[in-house]
Every structure is written in structure tokens, then in C-alpha cells.
Design a protein around this ligand. Structure first.
Ligand SMILES: NC(=O)c1ccc[n+]([C@@H]2O[C@H](COP(=O)([O-])OP(=O)(O)OC[C@H]3O[C@@H](n4cnc5c(N)ncnc54)[C@H](O)[C@@H]3O)[C@@H](O)[C@H]2O)c1
Length: 437
């Protein structure tokens, strides 16, 4: 056993600040409120249900993560949000139609009390939405200041000790980094000049970094993944992570692709399509927002399968991803995958997946886990990109000199070994030859 890292205790209340009070946010909040009262179980949440093996396989030590790590408890969380619609969390959850009335009614009073703060919303970044609950300001720099004020006011009013933010707002149009994203100075000049490459989510992220609030990005937008933001995060000692919650089809992809690769089975094609009918689906119906999602979803196979190394098996892989907006389905998405694989002597086979999932039910526990783990990272003195949290992302942020790690099993090992390392426990390599000496 080594020295544990110095980690500040999770004392006082933790503000969980959510830009975007839609389906995912409200499902997460309602679930936490229900779990607090013993009216629901936080299934799918690693921090609430997961365990971690410590020491040798013969030691029999496998505590719950929440007992092993100094995490904030569910009772210590205070929820705040911004949205361009004024609906409180109860109205928004009712509109999202993810949770049943019996669940929403049981925590109605608490949900009604969560009213969104006015959004920073320049509509050109999310073309399908038109809201009125928005801030006005002379320029984007002033908008940053207004979000900073909101954060300070919220912390003071709720008596919170500290905050974390998780972007749960809509997916923005695809934006590639430009020179404005190169440095802290160029970005701040861009804010003053209303540079069009600075989107709404970047404004929230910048404000959070300035306020030293850890920021995780649940959408595929650039948001906090560019050199100026990495620099500010390091300079201010703030952890950042992203992008795009890994929930349905991509979760399946990162479970199945490493298995096929481990068996050295070839893949000729992978066609993925979804139907979904929630507001997220409506936003993604805009080709420019879909482009952000597509880029995020397409990167996964390339990095897992390494076609440059396994040319013969994956060199000609045809990968296509579609999302179709289909209102009757609401949040109950259906994702189909057709995988054309080949084996011994090149003989073809097929795998078909039909995943009838629920988008927000899969995303909610990830938001909770990220809020708690980002807060832990901050109290442990971590700053900049938190690659150890790659497990949760479709498109994990990573150092510019590295490729992202997409394989779910490697991500899980990395995550748990980081937790062991943080707490001064031995890392587990799974070598295990000492049991046979
Ligand atoms: N549900 C999943 O499985 C999943 C998986 C990966 C990523 N995501 C991403 O998570 C995000 C949230 O998904 P959702 O299903 O809750 O969508 P949603 O449409 O129900 O909620 C998004 C909310 O963000 C608000 N919003 C948009 N721009 C904003 C701004 N500038 N400031 C404040 N609020 C803003 C919208 O008004 C809306 O209420 C989306 O970007 C989605 O792509 C979801």
C-alpha cells in the first residue's frame, strides 16, 4: 500500500449545475430525489452500485466505490440549471415524458422548486430551438460574466461549498477549432469581438473555468476541448472532461468491437441506425447538429480496431451511422446495427442488434457519476483533461499527442486503477502468476 493522494473531504453541499434542463437533466435529478427518499434505485450508476477489488484475489476485499472513495453523498447535492425555456424541472420532465407520473408526483415539490436560470443562447448554434428565457448582453464576454454571476449567486443562496457543471444542453452545430481557440488571450479577444466560432456551450464552459468549477461536456460540441480551454483549466487548477455521454448504440459498439478484435475476426461493414423522437432527436434532425454527433459516433471503431495495424481485418471496413427523428417513439429509442463480419478463410457472417433502449434512462446515471467523480478529481487536486473518465464518453478528450482510448474494457481498467492509485492501493495488472508459485 502506498500513500493515498491528499483529497479534501467532501464537506458541505455540492452544487450540480446543468446547462440544459431537458430530458437527461430532469431524469437524473428526479432519480436522485427518488433515491434519496428510498423510492427508486440508482441503477446504472457506477458510483452508487459499483464495487472495486482491492489487493489480491484471495484477500476478499471488494468495497462499494462509494465507501472506498470520499465522494459527496446524494444528500449533499443541490441542483441548478439554465435553459432557454422557463419550464421548471417538473414541467420539463413532464414534457420529456421519460418518467412515469407516479415517479414525478412523488418528488413534485422538489422538482417544481428547480427553476432554470436564463440561458445564454445565440440561436445560430442550435437551429431547431426558439426560446425566450434568454440573457441579453453587449457581447460574448459580457455573457461569460453573467454566467459567472449566476454561479456565485447560486452558491451563496443555497449555501453550497463548491460546484461542478455537466453540459446537458442540446447538441450544437459542428464547429472545428480556429485560431480563436489557440490561447487564453485569443479566446478572450474573440469573446469581446463576438467571434462566430465561439458557441453558447463554450461561453458556459469558459465561465465555469473562470469560477474554478469542474466542467464535463455531455454533448459532442467542442465546448471545452480546445487549447485555450485546456490551458485555462490547467492554469486555474480545474478538471475538465468530455465529450458526448456513451449511452446506447455506441456503448454497444465499444462492448462488441473489442471482443471481435480480440478473436481476430474481420469486419467488412457496420451499419448503425436509430429512430428517436425526443427533443434531442429533433435538434439532431438539423444536418449541422447531426454532423457533430456523426463525427463523435464514427471515431469509435477506427480507434478500437486500428485498421492501420490490422489492414487485412479492418482495412476496408465501411462504417455508417444514421439518426432518424421519429416523434412517435419519444425517448424510447430503437437502435439497429447490422455488422458484416468474416472468419476463417474469409467466410462471411452477420450480427444483428436491435436495442430497444431509453436514452435518458441510460444517460442519467452517467451524469450523476460524472458530477461526483469530477468533484472528487477537483478535491484531489487534478486539473485539465481527465482522461481516466474516458469510460463515460463516446468521444473521450485526450492529450493532443495521444489517440483516444475507446475500448470499454481498457477504459474500465484505467478508471479503477486510477481510483486505486488515488487511494494508495496497489494497481491490479491481472497477471496473477503468484497464485501458482
Ligand atoms: N440521452 C442520451 O442518451 C444522450 C447521449 C449522449 C449525449 N446526449 C446529449 O445530451 C444532451 C441533452 O440531451 P437531452 O435528451 O436531455 O436533450 P433535450 O433536448 O431534452 O434537453 C436539452 C435542453 O438544453 C436546452 N438548451 C439548448 N441550448 C441551451 C443553452 N445554450 N443554454 C441552456 N440550455 C440550452 C434545451 O432547451 C433543452 O431543454 C444533448 O446534447 C444530447 O445529444 C444525450
Amino acid at each position: 500500500m502506498k500513500q493515498p493522494k491528499e483529497i479534501r473531504k467532501p464537506e458541505g453541499k455540492l452544487a450540480v449545475l446543468l446547462p440544459g434542463l431537458g430530458a437527461v437533466s430532469t431524469t437524473m435529478i428526479a432519480g436522485v430525489l427518488l433515491a434519496r427518499r428510498g423510492l427508486g434505485r440508482p441503477i446504472g450508476s457506477m458510483t452508487q452500485l459499483g464495487t472495486i477489488r482491492l489487493g489480491k484475489r484471495t484477500d476478499g476485499r471488494a468495497p462499494l466505490l462509494k465507501d472506498f472513495l470520499p465522494l459527496a453523498s446524494l444528500d449533499q447535492l443541490e441542483f441548478g440549471a439554465w435553459d432557454l425555456f422557463p419550464d421548471d424541472a417538473y414541467e420539463s420532465a413532464t414534457h420529456a415524458a421519460v418518467l412515469e407520473t407516479r415517479h414525478l408526483e412523488a418528488v413534485k415539490d422538489e422538482l417544481v422548486a428547480i427553476k432554470p436560470m436564463e440561458a445564454v443562447f445565440y440561436p445560430e448554434y442550435v437551429k431547431r430551438l426558439h426560446g425566450t428565457h434568454v440573457k441579453t448582453g453587449a457581447n460574448k464576454a459580457e455573457m461569460v460574466e453573467k454566467i459567472r454571476e449566476d454561479i456565485r449567486t447560486f452558491l451563496a443562496a443555497r449555501g453550497c461549498d463548491r460546484a461542478v457543471a455537466v453540459w446537458c444542453g442540446s447538441t450544437e452545430i459542428f464547429i472545428a477549432p480556429t485560431t480563436v481557440h489557440d490561447s487564453i488571450e485569443s479566446f478572450e479577444a474573440g469573446l469581446l469581438a463576438d467571434d462566430p466560432a465561439i458557441s453558447n456551450s463554450q461561453i458556459y464552459a469558459w465561465a465555469c473555468l473562470k469560477e474554478r468549477v469542474p466542467f464535463a461536456n455531455g454533448a459532442p460540441n467542442l465546448t471545452v476541448d480546445f487549447p485555450a480551454a485546456w490551458d485555462l483549466a490547467k492554469q486555474n487548477g480545474v478538471p475538465v472532461a468530455g465529450k458526448d455521454f456513451k449511452t446506447g448504440q455506441t456503448l454497444m459498439k465499444t462492448i462488441i468491437a473489442p471482443g471481435l478484435k480480440a478473436r481476430m475476426l474481420g469486419i467488412a461493414g457496420w451499419f448503425s441506425t436509430n429512430i428517436l423522437g425526443n427533443r434531442d432527436g429533433e435538434v439532431l434532425d438539423d444536418p449541422e447538429s447531426f454532423k457533430s454527433k456523426e463525427v463523435s459516433k464514427l471515431g469509435v471503431l477506427e480507434h478500437i480496431l486500428q485498421p492501420h495495424v490490422y489492414q487485412e481485418l479492418y482495412g476496408k471496413l465501411f462504417h455508417k451511422v444514421r439518426i432518424e427523428y421519429y416523434p412517435p417513439r419519444g425517448d424510447a429509442k430503437e437502435g439497429w446495427d447490422n455488422i458484416d463480419i468474416f472468419g476463417w478463410l474469409g467466410y462471411p457472417m452477420q450480427i444483428k442488434i436491435d436495442f430497444l433502449c431509453r436514452d435518458s434512462i441510460l444517460a442519467a446515471p452517467i451524469v450523476l457519476d460524472l458530477a461526483l467523480l469530477m468533484d472528487l478529481a477537483s478535491r484531489a487536486g487534478f486539473s485539465g483533461t481527465q482522461e481516466w473518465l474516458s469510460f463515460f464518453w463516446k468521444s473521450p478528450m485526450h492529450a493532443p499527442t495521444l489517440y483516444p482510448e475507446h475500448d470499454l474494457f481498457i477504459q474500465s481498467m484505467k478508471l479503477k486503477n486510477t481510483m486505486r492509485w488515488m487511494m494508495g492501493e496497489d494497481l491490479i495488472t491481472h497477471l496473477g502468476n503468484e497464485y501458482y508459485d
